[in-house]
Each structure stands twice: as C-alpha cells, then as structure tokens.
Design a protein around this ligand. Structure first.
Ligand code: XMP
Length: 310
C-alpha cells in the first residue's frame, strides 16, 4: 500500500461524497476510528462533527487524553457525557450477555440522539475489512452502525455511510494512522473492547467496581507496557476472598492479571511475564486499591479460554 496516495485518494473521495454537506464521526480513541476521523477532517474541516461518548467505562484519563491528542491535530472533539445512562442500564445486571445487550442499546440510543440532532447526513465510520468479512461470515450481525441505531440508510432518512478504511486490514490501518500524524499511543494501541471495562468486571458493573478495575488496569499497563504484549489488562472477579488487614480478617476483592501474545486474537498464549514484574503489580494493587486482598496471574491459552473473561 502506498500510504500517501491512499490517504490523498480517500480525502478526495470523502470530499466528493459529502459535497457541501456535513458529516459526523463517532470517535472511540481506537486506531480505526481515530485514523478515519483524521482523514475525514482533512476532507471536510469544520463540517465534520466529531463526538466521543464517555460511557464511564473507559480507562483512566482516556476521554481527556483522546481530546488532547485530537486538539494537537487541530480537531475539536465533543465529549458526550453519558456515564449515568450506561450505569443505569447496567444496574442489577450480572449475566454477561444481558450486560452486553444493555451496553449496546444504551450506546445506540445515545449515539442515535447525537446523529439525529446534528443535522449531518453522512456518518463516517471506521469499518475495516475484517469487520465486513466477519459480518458476511456471520460472526457479527451487522457492521453498519446506522442500521443498529434504527436508521435504515436506504429508507427516508437520507443518511449515507462513508467508510474510508473498508479495504484495509488492521496492520495497514496502523500504517495510515501513523502517516496522518497520530501518536504512537494511538497507532500502536492494544485492542480494547467496545463495551470497555464492563467486560472486565464480572458480576454487576457499578461505578465503584469499575473504579477498582480501572485502577488495577493502570497498574497492569504501567507494569507490562515495556514487554509490548498483544493485550494486557486486569479483571475484577465477582467472588471475594479472605485477606488480613491490621491483624483482622478482611473479605475483599480478587483481581486477575491477564496478558496475552497473539497475532489476530483468534488464538492467544499467556505472556511469560518476569516474576519481579508480577510481584510488583501484585504489591501495588493491594497497597493502592483498598478493597483488593488477592491478585493472581492467568495462564490459560485461547482456546480453550477466550482473551476476555466474558
Ligand atoms: P475474546 O475474548 O473473544 O476476544 O477472545 C478476542 C478479541 O476481541 C476483543 N473483544 C471485543 N471487542 N467488543 C469489542 O469491540 C466486544 O464486545 C469484545 N469482546 C472481546 C478482545 O479484547 C480481544 O482482543
């Protein structure tokens, strides 16, 4: 792929498709949506509205960091504060599929509201080739966000989807992301699931429990970053375990550290993390997160386990 020619062609194509209209882009901070937002901004300037939905399930400092990265590139990001809506939808839900469904419905409802209120008639979407292949192969039901938020692009609304990355695979998207000036922490970013830290809290995802896993995630990322794993994170179990504090028994949280090596996330192996790094992360967790009494490292490959816990 000739990256400069690719970017120039896509910018031209977006300009031609959107004409003098306006477009909207949902930025997650992941490499796909980030790269396609920069291309669309080059094409449309201020006629592109960039929104970032803060669902309360992001990692530490993520909304501010995404905003700062894009501000440096001269791209204004509108943060939609929706944590309250997401936690209300997740309240009382412990079943993984029910949690995923509640997340999805809330996302589509918040995003749908933004799209319809924006006056834009074009949605710029970071769909990549793997998404389309998985949709056709039946792994994912739909890749088209407009259909998922109840807007049929063919029917009445006059909406059009613009997908500048749809011919690329992830490694090529990373090349584009780097070429358009995104920093390494975006173009080399680890995969992070759409439903965010919700997938790493077993049982109910309350604001308090998400805060525990958020702190633990920061400790894992700080500790393991140098090893450049495919993916590394923390998981909060639903069960509690016994510990000791000030000479008394304390029933507290259990954190699992998961770090894997993989090429495509279809199979994965546990990272051989050095003992001292594991010990340092474990010590930091019990010291810095008051509810945590136990920390364990996960060894299971995929298959039979999956990478995430739900
Ligand atoms: P599993 O857990 O199935 O994960 O081995 C494979 C890869 O997909 C990511 N993942 C998700 N990504 N929404 C996403 O956008 C999700 O619901 C989701 N679940 C898993 C996971 O992080 C890994 O990279």
């Amino acid at each position: 792929m000739k990256v400069k020619a690719f970017c120039d062609n896509q910018v031209k194509a977006i300009r031609e498709t959107v004409g003098d209209g306006a477009a909207i882009s949902a930025l997650s901070g992941g490499v796909d949506s980030s790269a396609c937002t920069v291309l669309a901004h080059r094409a449309l300037g201020n006629r592109l509205k960039v929104i970032f939905i803060d669902d309360g399930l992001m990692r530490e400092g993520e909304p501010a960091e995404v905003k700062a990265v894009f501000a440096k590139l001269g791209i204004k990001v509108e943060v939609v504060e929706a944590a309250g809506e997401f936690f209300a939808a997740l309240a009382g839900k412990t079943d993984p599929e029910e949690k995923r469904k509640a997340f999805r419905q809330t996302f589509y409802s918040v995003f749908g509201r933004e799209v319809l209120g924006s006056g834009a008639r074009f949605l710029v979407q970071g769909t990549i080739k793997a998404d389309i292949i998985e949709t056709k192969g039946g792994v994912k039901t739909q890749h088209n966000i407009l259909e998922q938020i109840g807007i049929d692009p063919e029917m009445g609304f006059g909406f059009k989807v613009v997908e500048p990355l749809k011919e690329l695979f992830k490694p090529e998207v990373r090349v584009v992301a780097k070429a358009v000036g995104l920093p390494e922490r975006i173009f080399a970013r680890m995969p992070f699931p759409g439903p965010g830290l919700m997938t790493r809290v077993l049982g109910e995802a309350t604001p308090e429990r998400v805060a525990v896993v958020r702190k633990a995630t920061r400790i894992v990322e700080d500790g393991i970053r140098k090893l450049k794993p495919f993916q590394a994170f923390a998981v909060l179990l639903a069960d509690k375990g016994t510990g000791i504090e000030g000479g008394a028994r304390k029933f507290g949280d259990i954190i699992i550290i998961r770090s894997v090596e993989s090429r495509d996330a279809m199979t994965a192996k546990a990272t051989p993390v050095p003992w001292d790094v594991l010990m340092m992360m474990s010590r930091r967790m019990v010291k810095e997160i008051p509810t945590v009494v136990r920390v364990a490292y996960e060894l299971t490959p995929k298959p039979p386990a999956t990478i995430e816990y739900i």
